[in-house]
Design a protein around this ligand. Sequence first.
Ligand code: ASC
Length: 151
Amino acid sequence: MKTLASFVLAAAAVAASAPASAQFAKPEDAIKYRQSALFVMAQHFGRVGAMANGRTPYDAKVAQENADIVAEMAKLPWAAFGPGTDKAAKTGAKPEIWTEQAKFKEHSDKLIAETTKLAAAAKMGNVDALKAAFGPTAASCKACHDNFRTQ
Ligand code: ASC
């Protein structure tokens, strides 16, 4: 009984530590999920960028709404790069994602940190703060693409 109880506790601990988003019915779903999350993030990041670069008029509320979405989306793709999701569907993901996992995680953590700062900057309501945060965020997108995505 003691053994069963500790097994149940251990299983519950594992389940609780895995994000809900880490569970996919099949590898193709994981690939579609991460590509979709990155696509949605890019759409909203593009809207922030247009304002940061003066291509569209600065609107503090719109900047904040879009930057918040970017920061939320930035958390999602990484759980979908699990084992067996390297080539189950068309993907630009390089094998290094799975062979250099610590380095890949550094890149995803960096993106999460930069997009969090971007959202905080957008909340300040001035375009200069937005501009200052946009560059480092775009650089973190690019660094990961340069290392881990086929061009
Ligand atoms: C974007 C977008 C990316 C990044 C990257 C930054 O707007 O879709 O993937 O910025 O181009 O270098």
